[in-house]
Design a protein around this ligand. Structure first.
Ligand code: 4EH
Length: 231
């Protein structure tokens, strides 16, 4: 088994790079991919750069060029659900693109013909996350994570995303990664730790908490990798 581990920003994969062995850096399509061993497991680690386009490119590369057979995403997110506080973990059940809008033609937000508003994540990987959380005695929430090419820092846009998609959190890469994995029929998992509340304080909170929240998410994900290799 070869596991793809991706984030969008350097901060999101830095805690993982520290723990790899036999690292081989490969350049492909203007990005760096780290082929390595983690506790004797084959992994490919990369950060895509921000947004749906770069994350699509990286996810597709991980699967098609590096031949990974499962993809795990780790990173930070803005909270939509008030119950989510900075540092909390959220596992995506399904993801929509909140900025995809051809509603003028009578379609719902997030929908294009032959697509679907939401893409669902793998059930078995979600179950594995619950098992790891239980063993660590921590609370991990599951919910809808909405994606779009916008850093959300307003109550108004956040409210639209909450009302339209019943989203619990939001970010800028998950749904595009989901589309790629779904199309190529590869099981995938999207984990995020909250860095801000996507409101007027978002940019300040983000800068303060991006590193600590990214670390929380990355460390949890690597606990899942330990278990994945055993199944
Ligand atoms: O990869 C982008 C990063 C913000 S943009 C999406 N990530 C972080 C998740 C996220 C997010 N997305 C949308 C956390 N909070 C979010 C929010 N809205 N409120 C960025 C940040 N710093 C430097 C460069 N780009």
């Amino acid at each position: 088994m070869k596991i793809a581990i991706m984030g969008a920003m350097p901060e999101e994969i830095a805690p993982i790079l520290e723990r790899l062995d036999d690292v081989q850096e490969v350049n492909y399509a203007k990005n760096k991919y780290y082929k390595a061993k983690y506790n004797n497991i084959d992994v490919v680690v990369a950060y895509s750069k921000i947004g749906k386009v770069f994350s699509t490119l990286t996810a597709a590369t991980m699967l098609q060029i590096f031949a990974c057979d499962v993809l795990l995403f780790t990173g930070v997110a803005g909270a939509v659900n008030d119950e989510l506080k900075i540092g909390d973990l959220i596992v995506a059940t399904k993801l929509p693109q909140h900025d995809l809008d051809i509603t003028i033609f009578g379609h719902p937000y997030g929908y294009v013909p032959e697509g679907s508003v939401f893409v669902e994540t793998d059930q078995d990987l979600r179950a594995l996350a619950k098992l790891v959380a239980k063993e660590m005695d921590i609370d991990i929430k599951e919910g809808i994570i909405a994606t779009g090419d916008q850093f959300i820092a307003s109550q108004e846009r956040k409210g639209f995303i909450a009302d339209t998609f019943h989203a619990d959190a939001l970010e800028m890469e998950g749904a595009s990664v989901a589309v790629v994995c779904d199309a190529l029929d590869v099981p995938f998992f999207i984990l995020r730790s909250i860095s801000d509340s996507a409101d007027m304080d978002a940019s300040f909170n983000f800068e303060e908490f991006v590193e600590s929240s990214a670390k929380i998410s990355a460390e949890f994900l690597m606990k899942m990798v330990d278990k994945l290799a055993k199944v």
